[in-house]
Design a protein around this ligand. Structure first.
Ligand SMILES: Cc1cc2nc3c(=O)[nH]c(=O)nc-3n(C[C@H](O)[C@H](O)[C@H](O)COP(=O)(O)OP(=O)(O)OC[C@H]3O[C@@H](n4cnc5c(N)ncnc54)[C@H](O)[C@@H]3O)c2cc1C
Length: 460
């Protein structure tokens, strides 16, 4: 960005809020995806609504694009600035503003780290259920903008289900208080839900009011070895009919091997298997006997070949690590991530079809399977061979992804279950959203952002 414009920008947002460190581009110009070259024009720290309104006015006047940036843990390139945009970071808007003890709700600034909110809820004797491996870095604003899911959707729902109010600033500088924490509000279009999952394309999320829930009584984890992928949903049904499940995850032997080599942990049990299922349930609500019964029944039917149940809080945490450390363990291999979903009842047929296609189309690549399979969500990761350059690898994966997405479309699923569309999945949107829907999405975008300055090029 021109020096004179930068100087003007500094006046508008406050010089101390313009980040000019040598790492500005690498640190604030990208998220966890490594397929795009970061090239932001400037990095600004959002401080309050008045300042963001001034910034938006400046961007309109000079036709400058704005990229909202949270914890930059996104996996779809949503927070990438590659075309001289102004990155607007919420790192400094990280206060917990109010707790309502009648409603058990909390109002926070967008930059509060997800794990911070979880700790806050726990200190109040409550629970913030949205959780995933990047919770220690991701921000509430980013979670809302991507409608983040994670490991406990099965029991508690998505980020969307926890949000009762939002404060936003639109590109025209309007400050909107959306739903204001109300439980009931039947007054037409609910713009709160439009902003949830909008990936920074409609405006900035500055504050959120969030419902907290009662904590689970005595959560326990069971990790099991499965001889074949087909058994994943049979085991799910066997446990779900007997236990109040809070999570049901699966991963492949390749995923386990990466976690072991990355973190140095040993195998959870001696038996090796092609696939593993990890479930969490509330032992207090279930009674230990029903878990043992379900496990015994699965072993008897040949669905499960080995397993372990946590006996302490520490063991529960240790078992979760086998699942939660997969993403970090494969990151050095520049994984191309497919984050796809279908209805839970369609999972068995879908897994079979995808497995066949992937075996046929990716014979030379290492494939790592895992996912929140109890929600119908599969993470299919293709690892880059060491001697391939990133661009050639991405092109090859995009080509093959077309046939995987055609299967997703055939099963009436989604090309992005929870990571968002961003830059990475934008060209795949049409597989699972109709032309009519995409045209309406464009019209909504235009109504909020006619100059197309809010995160342009992302999502649609
Ligand atoms: C190891 C690992 C595991 C993960 N596991 C999961 C998982 O299980 N489930 C899941 O859903 N995701 C998962 N993710 C993806 C990621 O953590 C989520 O998408 C998360 O919600 C992103 O939050 P963030 O603050 O990092 O957002 P960013 O990456 O900074 O931004 C994401 C999007 O939100 C927009 N945005 C950010 N802040 C604002 C704001 N204040 N106002 C408007 N728009 C904004 C950005 O422009 C961008 O489009 C994982 C990521 C990693 C690295």
């Amino acid at each position: 960005m021109r020096q004179s414009l930068l100087a003007e920008l500094a006046n508008v947002v406050g010089e101390e809020n313009l980040y000019t460190g040598a790492d500005a581009s690498d640190k604030y110009g990208q998220d966890w995806t490594r397929f795009f070259k970061p090239n932001p024009g400037a990095v600004v720290f959002a401080r309050n609504a008045d300042q963001v309104v001034r910034l938006v006015g400046f961007a309109n006047e000079h036709e400058l694009a704005l990229v909202p940036s949270g914890g930059r843990t996104g996996l779809s390139g949503g927070a990438v600035a590659e075309r001289d945009e102004i990155v607007v970071s919420f790192d400094k808007m990280n206060r917990i503003l109010a707790f309502d003890e009648v409603e058990n709700s909390v109002t926070v600034e967008a930059g509060v780290i997800t794990a911070e909110l979880q700790r806050y809820a726990s200190d109040k004797g409550l629970f913030y259920p949205v959780d995933f491996a990047s919770s220690g870095s991701s921000q509430i604003g980013g979670n809302i903008a991507t409608n983040a899911g994670g490991i406990r959707v099965l029991r508690y729902g998505l980020t969307r289900d926890q949000i009762t109010g939002l404060e936003v600033v639109t590109r025209s500088g309007q400050r909107l208080a959306l739903n204001r924490g109300l439980v009931k509000n039947a007054t037409g279009y609910d713009f709160r839900h439009l902003f949830i999952g909008s990936e920074g394309t409609l405006g900035f999320i500055l504050e959120a009011t969030i419902r907290l829930v009662s904590p689970p009584g005595d959560p326990a984890v069971i990790l099991m070895a499965l001889p074949a992928m087909e058994e994943v949903m049979n085991v799910f049904s066997a446990f779900r009919s007997r236990l109040p499940l809070t999570a049901y995850e699966f991963f492949s032997e390749e995923a386990l091997l990466h976690v072991m080599s990355h973190t140095g942990v040993s195998r959870p049990f001696a038996t090796k298997a092609g696939y593993y299922a990890l479930l969490e349930f509330d032992r207090a609500a279930a009674g230990a006997a029903s878990a043992t019964e379900a496990f015994a029944s699965c072993v008897e039917k040949g669905l499960v070949s080995d397993g372990v149940i946590s006996q302490s809080e520490q063991q529960r945490g240790n078992l979760w690590r086998y699942r939660e450390d997969i993403s970090a363990s494969i990151t050095p291999f520049t994984p191309y991530k497919n984050d796809i979903s279908v209805r839970v009842s369609s999972v068995p047929g879908f897994l079979k079809a995808v497995q066949e296609e992937v075996g046929r189309r990716y014979p030379d690549f290492e494939i790592v399977w895992f996912g929140h399979i109890g929600d119908g969500n599969l993470h299919l990761n293709i690892l880059k061979p060491g001697d391939w350059d990133v661009e050639t690898f991405k092109r090859k994966c995009e080509g093959v992804s077309e046939s995987v997405m055609a299967i997703v479309a055939r099963f009436e699923g989604s090309v992005s279950a929870e990571h968002g569309v961003g830059l990475l999945k934008r060209d795949q949107l049409g597989f699972t959203r109709s032309e009519a829907e995409i045209a309406l999405m464009r019209a909504v975008k235009k109504a909020f952002d006619p100059n197309n300055i809010m995160n342009p090029g992302k999502l649609i």
